[in-house]
Design a protein around this ligand. Structure first.
Ligand SMILES: Cc1cc2nc3c(=O)[nH]c(=O)nc-3n(C[C@H](O)[C@H](O)[C@H](O)COP(=O)(O)OP(=O)(O)OC[C@H]3O[C@@H](n4cnc5c(N)ncnc54)[C@H](O)[C@@H]3O)c2cc1C
Length: 264
C-alpha cells in the first residue's frame, strides 16, 4: 500500500488548495483508496477509487476530480481526470486515464495497485451538457473519451448526439450504450503522434451541423482544441454554442494545478 504523497510530506506542501475556496468552495477533499486498477485497452487504464467522502457526492456529467499525484519539493503536482461514472453502491469513482509516454499522472496510474492511497479534490469543471440544445456535437481525443461518453450517456432519449473521437487505433475504441440517438465516428491515428490537429480539424470541417441551435464540445490537446474551435466558428457556429477545454499540451507538461500551460 503506497501513498501517492505520504501524509508527512503533504502537511509540509506549499499548497494553493489547502483551503477549498472560490471556485472550489463546492468541492470536497477526498481520501481515495484504489479499489481496482487495470489497463483496459492499449491506451486506456481504468482505476476505481473509493473514499468515505463519496457518500452523498454529487457531480454533473463531464466534471472531474483533481488527484495529488506527486510532490516536487514543496510543490504539489495535481492532475485532473474526468469522472467516467460513480457507483453509488460501493461507492466508487471510475476514471479512465491515458497511458502515454509518461508524466507524473501517467506514472502514478501505471503503478497504482489496490490499497494505494491518493488525495483528490472534486467535483471540478464547468463544461457539462448544454440543456435545451437542438443537437450535440462532441470532438476530442482519447483523454476526452470519459467526458464525451459521460455527457452523451446523460442525454435524454430524444436528443441527437454526434461523437467524433480520435484514438490510436481500433483496439482503443469503446462501446457506448446511451439512450440518445447517437452516431460515433472513430478516427485512427495509426502510428501518428497524439496531439496532431489534422484528423480532428478535417472531420470538424466535414461533419454535418444539423439545423437548429446545437452545441459543440471540443476537448483534448490545447492547440488541436483551438484549431477545431476555429474551424467550427468559420462554419458559423457562434462562440456561445461551443464549449472548448484544453486538457493537455503536446510536448509540454501540465502545471502543478493540473492545467496545460497557458500558451500551449
Ligand atoms: C478538466 C480536465 C479533465 C481531464 N480528463 C482526463 C481524463 O479523463 N483522462 C485522461 O487521460 N486525461 C484527462 N485530462 C488530461 C490530463 O489531466 C493530462 O493529460 C495530463 O497532462 C496528464 O498528466 P501527466 O502527468 O501524465 O503528463 P504531463 O506531465 O502533463 O505531460 C508530460 C508529457 O506527456 C504528454 N502528454 C500528456 N497527456 C498526454 C496524452 N493524453 N496523450 C499523449 N501525450 C500526453 C505531454 O505532452 C508531455 O510531453 C484532463 C484534463 C483536464 C484539464
Amino acid at each position: 500500500m503506497t501513498d501517492a504523497v505520504p501524509p508527512e510530506i503533504r502537511s509540509r506542501l506549499d499548497d494553493p488548495f489547502r483551503e477549498l475556496a472560490g471556485p472550489l468552495a463546492g468541492a470536497r477533499r477526498l481520501s481515495f483508496t484504489v479499489a481496482a486498477s487495470e489497463r483496459i485497452s492499449p491506451a486506456v487504464h481504468e482505476v476505481m477509487l473509493t473514499a468515505p467522502e463519496l457518500d452523498g457526492f454529487g457531480y454533473q456529467p463531464g466534471q472531474d476530480v483533481m488527484l495529488l499525484v506527486a510532490a516536487e519539493g514543496a510543490r504539489p503536482v495535481r492532475r485532473r481526470y474526468t469522472i467516467r461514472s460513480l457507483d453509488r453502491g460501493a461507492p466508487a469513482l471510475r476514471l479512465h486515464i491515458v497511458r502515454h509516454a509518461g508524466g507524473p499522472g501517467e506514472r502514478w496510474v501505471r503503478s497504482a495497485r489496490p490499497g494505494d492511497r491518493i488525495e483528490g479534490i472534486g467535483p471540478r469543471g464547468k463544461i457539462t451538457i448544454s440543456p435545451g440544445a437542438d443537437w450535440h456535437l462532441f470532438l476530442g481525443d482519447e483523454s476526452a473519451m470519459p467526458a464525451i461518453f459521460a455527457m452523451t450517456e446523460a442525454l435524454p432519449g430524444d436528443a441527437d448526439a454526434t461523437l467524433v473521437i480520435e484514438v490510436p487505433g481500433p483496439a482503443d475504441e469503446q462501446e457506448l450504450l446511451a439512450p440518445a440517438r447517437t452516431r460515433v465516428s472513430w478516427l485512427h491515428r495509426l502510428g501518428r503522434p497524439a496531439g496532431d490537429r489534422a484528423l480532428l480539424t478535417a472531420e470538424a470541417a466535414e461533419v454535418e451541423l444539423p439545423p437548429g441551435a446545437g452545441h459543440a464540445y471540443v476537448l483534448g490537446e490545447a492547440r488541436v482544441v483551438l484549431a477545431v474551435r476555429e474551424v467550427l466558428a468559420a462554419r458559423g457556429l457562434p462562440p456561445g454554442q461551443i464549449s472548448a477545454k484544453a486538457y493537455w499540451g503536446r510536448g509540454r507538461a501540465n502545471a502543478g494545478h493540473g492545467e496545460p500551460p497557458r500558451d500551449a
